[in-house]
Design a protein around this ligand. Sequence first.
Ligand SMILES: Cc1cc2nc3c(=O)[nH]c(=O)nc-3n(C[C@H](O)[C@H](O)[C@H](O)COP(=O)(O)OP(=O)(O)OC[C@H]3O[C@@H](n4cnc5c(N)ncnc54)[C@H](O)[C@@H]3O)c2cc1C
Length: 388
Amino acid sequence: MSPCAVTREADVLVIGGGLHGSSTAFHLAARGATVIVLEADYVARHSSGVNAGGVRTLGRPVPEIPLALMSREIWHALRETIGDDGGFVPSGQLKIAETEAELDDCRERVALLETHGFTHEKLIDRATLLELEPALAPHVTGGIWVERDGYALPFRTTTAFRLAAQRHGAQFFEGTPATRIEQRGTRWLAHTPRGAFSAEKLVITAGAWAGQLAAQVGEHVPVHPEGLMLMVTHRVAPFCRATLGATGRPLSFKQFDNGTVVIGGKLIGIADLDGRHGEVDFARLVRSANTVVDLFPHLRHLGVNRAWAGVEAFTDDSLPVISASRRASNLVYSFGYCGSGFQLGPACGRLVSELVLEGKASLPLDAFAIDRFARTSASERAASAVAH
Ligand SMILES: Cc1cc2nc3c(=O)[nH]c(=O)nc-3n(C[C@H](O)[C@H](O)[C@H](O)COP(=O)(O)OP(=O)(O)OC[C@H]3O[C@@H](n4cnc5c(N)ncnc54)[C@H](O)[C@@H]3O)c2cc1C
């Protein structure tokens, strides 16, 4: 078959079968659209299947909070929505302060959110923190607590969205990379080694690779890949219920029911975009291991079972792109989730389906517009990233 022969047609083509592509496909198909998802590797192969599973509204940049709160409600009703709860455990999430100065930072953060009308993050004192997590080291000073946050199982969640989308008729083509996209008349074409796929509307949810596709349309986004790392320990008797982060140093930490502990927290390994994989840098993992031991000294001799890295998309201002194209019609982007897009997947899929089918989403998405980078200088973007 010639590479230009159109093999399949649908109302909407989605490029990228991570959580965002699968969730978008589910929401589109549930509303009656015919949907084809093209996935270069296999569904959930990348960030969406290998992340830390944190379902966290805590600590979000202000523009993301309405999306995160919408997503949280979907997480709590996931079984009713897609037939599987994705292993979601509403463990609560804690951000720990280890000094008085860090507790002041937490106080300022909670006050800032209140000025925006958000009350989901609660400041807690040392006694409350130790009541919640008695195994913590005594030097902690308090922190922030979000009771309705938690964690879930990434591969299971993404697969559940994919299966739910398929039950509504969506078709997934794995091992099918879109190498070139073009708009011919009123139709989008995605060229792949298995022929061309065609639809009136196109959604790009290609994670760290999305910038390459956007560039084909002439939209140049400052998005770059990072290899984010995680490690999982041997089993240990239950000692920690909440999902934890720290205020003064990067940490993401949770203990599963089987006793293993997953440790991460913006740990940067090596990302190989062309090779389509991430690699672990063991020397850098040591830093997180030390943070964990400072907070839970009894884990000092706990062994690490394995470590891995996933390829994640980061933007210059630490916010995702969730936006209609400014250069082409019937094209919507959703990518660049900067290490925290798992929690947002359920809501963003819904919002993107609204953008595609109605031309407008039910929450404001101005902060995530694809042309924002052209409107602000690099120094303004850097300042905005610090303010977040
Ligand atoms: C180690 C790690 C820990 C993390 N922890 C958390 C956490 O605790 N909480 C949280 O909220 N978030 C977390 N994240 C971030 C989260 O996993 C991501 O933000 C989210 O999964 C991004 O989903 P996505 O669908 O946009 O991208 P991806 O999962 O990367 O999916 C994009 C897909 O597009 C496919 N693709 C790319 N190009 C093409 C093409 N040309 N044609 C066809 N297919 C293509 C890729 O193969 C890929 O499968 C973590 C990420 C990592 C790596």
